[in-house]
Design a binder for this molecule. Structure first.
Ligand code: ZN
Length: 407
């Protein structure tokens, strides 16, 4: 038959991503999922036995920086280099991500010349990589968080013009730095960068072409400005007080508004988990941002996150790949942290890693579920990640749009 194949496994995720179909097979043809059938209905000559594995939709990773090396000294490298090494590193990163089971990925910050070139190279088949959605250069104040990617803009007019440049270059989403960040030593994570009216300039520019805005913010006042400005995605969302002595300044009413308006939150807690495991191993730590004063204990941040979960806030995946310890094959760490540190069920974490983030990034009608008509993006993990979330790690088999990548 014309390339039709059935992939048989002991456990196949059902279409609603909340239970296994035991001993089933996924039929694939012309890059799409044809059908999911009990194993005894899969035709002999067309069936590939994957054995005692768990089949899931390809992972959807919501937050990467593809030119960034996941090293403690990354700032010194990427704030100074030319485009050529950045392009080569990015090409390596997307290949590694794909082999780790990520078939769709959203990049949330890189130079336009780098990330859109890599996106084109993947789409035209020059290099292997996930389906890539990209924000291009994050909009940021002069010398503030990630200024070196080319998105510096201060006034509302300059901000709107910068957003338009990135839209014209091919952005799938726009990124604004609503607060400072840890990575950039001239930036203060507790500082709000823009008032809501300035953020709204970016939101309106995106709206003209139907794309969302994602706001990086560690600061509570950055969250408020982003929500009032109309962004649809909050990245980090850490509620740091502007007053260092206070630590956090959590506002439950604003959290309720985030839930009620269906704003997606990417808490990047897998990064914290990997960093604390690195500390336990005695690995070198990244340089501390000299502007970040005062306490911000991880456990208190997790407590806030649990309250946000109870209010109904929707979460996406997103490890912040490219930051220290967050290599491009470590996406599952975010799922581990959702289960182990926030108390979500394993199936909830698996939905965040697939269909929920696919919905958030706007491709949920095509990818993120094992259901007929969807892209044949399928990954297999040994063991049962719905029983032990750490079984979600390094797949034994990866299929992208019907083509075998691993296995
Ligand atoms: Zn980031």
């Amino acid at each position: 038959m014309s390339g039709r194949r059935f992939y048989r496994a002991a456990r196949v995720a059902n279409a609603s991503m909340d239970a296994w179909l035991p001993d089933h097979a996924v039929g694939v043809e012309a890059g799409k999922i044809l059908d999911i059938v009990p194993a005894d209905q899969a035709p002999d000559g067309e069936t590939i036995e994957l054995g005692d594995v768990s089949l899931l939709p390809g992972l959807v990773e919501g937050h990467t920086h593809i030119p960034c090396p996941p090293r403690v000294d990354a700032f010194d490298i990427i704030s100074q280099e030319e485009n050529a090494p950045a392009l080569m590193r990015a090409a390596h990163a997307v290949g590694l991500a794909l082999r780790s089971g990520i078939t769709t990925m959203r990049d949330l910050g890189a130079k336009n010349e780098v990330v859109f070139a890599v996106k084109d190279a993947i789409e035209s088949g020059v290099i292997p990589g996930p389906r890539l959605l990209a924000a291009g250069a994050p909009i940021t104040r002069t010398m503030d968080h990630c200024w070196f990617w080319g998105g510096e803009a201060d006034s509302p007019e300059a901000v709107r013009a910068q957003a338009q440049v990135t839209v014209d270059d091919g952005a799938d989403v726009l990124k604004v730095m609503a607060s400072g960040g840890n990575f950039t030593p001239t930036s203060n994570p507790r500082d709000r960068q823009y008032p809501p009216e300035t953020i709204r300039e970016i939101v309106e520019t995106g709206r003209t072409v139907g794309i969302d805005v994602a706001a990086h913010t560690h600061a509570a006042e950055g969250i408020r400005a982003a929500v009032e400005g109309g962004v649809r995605h909050l990245i980090h969302c850490r509620w740091l007080s502007a007053n260092a002595e206070e630590g956090f300044r959590y506002d439950p009413e604003l959290a309720q508004r985030i839930a009620d308006e269906g704003i997606w939150v990417n808490p990047t807690i897998g990064l914290g988990l990997l960093a604390s495991e690195a500390r336990e191993r005695g690995d070198q730590a990244p340089r501390r941002n000299p502007n970040l004063q005062g306490p911000s204990p991880r456990e208190q941040g997790l407590e806030i996150l649990r309250d946000m979960r109870e209010r109904g806030v929707r979460f996406t995946s997103g490890l912040d790949m490219g930051m220290a310890y967050a290599d491009f094959n470590r996406a599952p760490a975010e799922a581990w942290a959702f289960v182990e540190d926030v108390g979500l069920s394993e199936w909830h974490a698996l939905r965040i890693m697939t269909c929920d983030t696919a919905d958030a990034v706007g491709v949920g009608a095509r990818v993120g579920r094992l259901t007929p008509g969807y892209a044949a993006d399928i990954v297999a993990f040994a063991g049962d990640p719905a029983a032990n979330i750490r079984d979600l790690d390094q797949p034994t088999f990866v299929l992208q749009a019907g083509k075998v990548v691993v296995g």
